[in-house]
Design a binder for this molecule. Sequence first.
Ligand code: ADP
Ligand code: MG
Ligand code: ZN
Length: 491
Amino acid sequence: MPIPMDYEAVIGLEVHAQLRTATKAFCRCSTQYGAAPNTNVCPVCLGHPGALPVLNRAVVEMTLRMGLATGCQIRPRSRFARKNYFYPDLPKGYQISQYDDPICYAGALEIELEDGSTKRIGITRIHMEEDAGKSIHDMDIETLVDLNRCGVPLIEIVSEPDIRSPREAVLYVQAIRQIVMYLGICDGNMEEGSLRCDANVSVRPRGASTFGTKTEVKNLNSFRNIEKALAYEIERHIAVLERGGTIEQETRMWDAAAQRTRPMRTKEFAHDYRYFPEPDLVPVVVSAEWIERVRSELPELPLARKRRLQQQYGLPAYDAGVLVAERPIADYFERTCQHLIEPSPERFKLVSNWIMTEVLRVLGERKIGIEDFPIGAEHLAELVELQAAQTISSRIAKELFADMLVQPSSPKALVAERGMVQVSDTALIEQLVERALSENPDTIAKWRSGKTNVLGFLVGQVMKYSDGKANPALVRQLLLERLGSPDAVPR
Ligand code: ADP
Ligand code: MG
Ligand code: ZN
């Protein structure tokens, strides 16, 4: 039997991100998502004869942000081109794009792999273009066309074929998504199509120096679909090659229902887009001052911020990763830490725990952003300090948190008002311990016979008698003293 060949996948991605401009790329129509069909349109984006496009400066500004954030070179002078094809949702018969001389080129993105190491993925180019409309295929009876999206600005980010697995592809797109959101240039909403991806993939014998023939899977709109479509294609390529066949260069689509890719068009029908320079738009000129201004305004990017949170606050990598996933969450974490009167790694970790569990849970349930979260950073910091100083038990802290969600208030004030201060009075707790033992006389015998789980039960009883105010660590300690070690008791 022949030894099966060891294959390696080669992947390059083209990611389209819809820019968050208020108006379209070349006209003043609104870009608002979800408007009634064919209401955000005008002669320019409908391609009426004689209508002239004018470039929206915000498109260039946002593209520069992405280019500089990914270490790209910026072309001081670039041009638009017409990409010609016929489709019902493209009334002009061409798409305004960039071809030979994209505004950004030769950059790179660092992604973090699952083992914590980093990998550099080259960015070939980032160019500006306009979106097409949307065809809605209505149960095969008729096709409806909504042209609201015509002329909405996009950037296309083309990677080098540096990606080696479906997982890496997902990490790369996740990194892109985080960055565009950090830069405020795209809302990252994949369900609404604000971020979508064409995946190019080939396989080759591991260690080979040339690439195999690639196929391109179009329009993947979720991380899951990216991963599955690539895994499927890689297996398909390998199976074809193992059978002695050859891969045909073609465009395919992911059929999520059937969990497989299908051919869309082969080379035979390959598009000849007949690109030519767009005669209605002047070249895009970007001054050195403009570039430097945008560069100076770039925020700290997610991966750098993650590393800093680990360093500066002593957070585990996992926590830092969760917190930086969204810039406003990381801001909230840092604001809360700044409000701590006695900052310490222990308290930073408590802040992180609150945010990762309770805060994110509430945001998810209420479908709101942190800007609408009722507990301000100052109050969360107070809560953490009360807890860290053991003034309140974690049970009381949870109660306070729930109350603060309903009515914004200072947890310190609430504690004082309601006399919720944790009881660490040994004499008082000893009384409660005695009560627990006398009301549950069989527990001592159980404990002596080695049934150590009665301890938890007794702690619970004492906590109940104290309305949750007893210091649980002290309760445990006093109970243990009173019960003695079960091992010390002769059987
Ligand atoms: P095309 O001319 O077919 O559009 P490009 O050279 O523009 O191809 O590359 C498009 C994308 O495909 C890029 O992201 C690139 O990294 C990727 N790519 C190119 N060749 C291969 C290959 N052999 N295997 C996998 N990906 C590739
Ligand atoms: Mg291409
Ligand atoms: Zn318009």
